[in-house]
Write a protein that binds this ligand. Structure first.
Ligand code: GMT
Length: 380
């Protein structure tokens, strides 16, 4: 198949899933065209069957705001025409699926099928803004096929937007060959001294509750010699640095910024924290689990579809810092329990291996393409 993929290129779950999907599809012989305003962060280097198209945004004194949605639609039209795309797959509904709808209307009757994958905050935050809601509902309904990354997200979409369309659940995935614990990895001086290493990865947006991560760690370090590694960056970074200083734990909390290579870091980790306010799946928790790192998370969204309470980690109510800290201390001070949990986390991650999940996208593409062919044949 000839597939166009549009995503946010920045550090974020939807962009990671889109890029890894595109790379995996290309490996399986499909021709994949990425269309975005910058190279996706995980699309580094050369890959057979992968081409990147940059959306250029023209400026004109009359335009106070960049016309990205329109520029993207135009680029989608151009790439579809010249590369003969069968499918345009949009990751994160706003504005990608809206641009794809415009492109489809321009290209009819030779339009590609439009697939939209809903990732999370496009549905749970952005799309719910009253001014966006009708646009979001329309855009989803106009897509030829829609997928969501968890059952939770599918239900939220159907109920919040009053949509009657079929939505297929295709969970996030991880390449468990790439994401596996590096056994002989020379862990940091800290772990050699028996200091436990706790990790959190996010974009430091309020929805991730990074201050909760710091407060949970504050409780842990009182009982267990430990350090906290924070990977990523975003709007709440300074607030978090300030909180560390206030709690006098600044020497035990390391802000590592946006990291490309996280497997070596996860390979040193003893525990991963994800106390999010909302999380439609929790891709970074899955990546940690694949590296044998148990997870302590909140009970929100799709997280209970990913991890098993009392086996791969523990789940607690949002904001229940004391309980999360108690669970963490229990695991970090019981080596045999920790070992069992670490191996269960890896086993669970194998259910979400790319080899199992990527074919679900291929089957979904084929289903939607054949529905389109049938409707043309029936004159619909
Ligand atoms: O808000 C984020 O965490 C980034 C966001 C994105 O769309 O880039 O991530 C969402 O998509 C990921 C991939 O499907 C999911 O694993 C995350 O759970 C989801 N984040 C939220 O729902 C908050």
């Amino acid at each position: 198949m000839r597939i166009g993929i549009t995503c946010y290129p920045t550090y974020g779950g939807s962009g990671v899933v889109a890029t890894e999907l595109g790379k995996a599809l290309a490996k399986r012989g499909h021709i994949v065209h990425f269309i975005s305003y910058a190279i996706p962060s995980r699309l580094t280097g050369y890959y057979d069957n992968v081409i990147y198209h940059e959306v250029e945004i023209s400026t004109y004194p009359l335009f106070d705001f960049p016309l990205y949605t329109l520029a993207l639609a135009s680029k989608m039209v151009e790439v579809t025409r010249y590369e003969k795309l069968d499918i345009l797959h949009c990751h994160y509904a706003i504005p990608h699926a809206t641009s794809a709808y415009l492109a489809k209307k321009i290209l009819e009757p030779y339009a590609p099928v439009i697939i939209t994958t809903l990732h999370g905050t496009d549905i749970t935050l952005v799309g719910l803004e009253p001014s966006f809601l009708p646009l979001m509902k329309f855009t989803i309904e106009q897509s030829d096929g829609v997928t969501a990354v968890s059952r939770f997200l599918r239900e939220k979409t159907l109920t919040h937007y009053g949509i009657e369309k079929e939505i297929e659940v295709i969970p996030n995935f991880v390449d468990t060959n790439q994401f596996q614990r590096i056994k002989q990895h020379r862990c940091s001086a800290y772990s050699q001294q028996g200091v436990k290493i706790i990790v959190h990865t996010s974009n430091f947006r309020p929805v991730k509750r990074v201050p909760d991560v710091i407060r949970i760690f504050y409780e842990i370090q009182k009982k267990v010699p430990s350090i906290l590694l924070l990977i990523g960056d975003g709007p709440e970074r300074s607030l978090c640095e300030h909180l560390c200083r206030e709690l006098h734990i600044e020497d035990k909390v390391k802000f590592l910024g946006k990291q490309q290579e996280i497997v070596p870091i996860l390979s040193c980790a003893d525990l991963f924290l994800m106390p999010s306010q909302s999380e439609s799946f929790g891709l970074s928790a899955l990546e940690a689990m694949a590296c044998e790192v148990p997870v302590i998370s909140s009970s929100v969204g799709g997280l209970p579809e990913l991890q098993v309470h009392g086996q791969t980690g523990y789940i607690a109510e949002i904001g229940d810092i004391d309980r999360m800290a108690r669970y963490a201390i229990e695991l970090l001070t019981n080596p045999s329990k920790h070992k069992t949990f670490a191996s269960a986390a890896r086993q669970r991650a194998l259910h979400f291996d790319a080899e199992r999940i990527v074919p679900l996208y291929e089957q979904f593409y084929e289903k939607i393409l054949s529905q389109k062919t049938a409707s043309i044949y029936n004159g619909a």
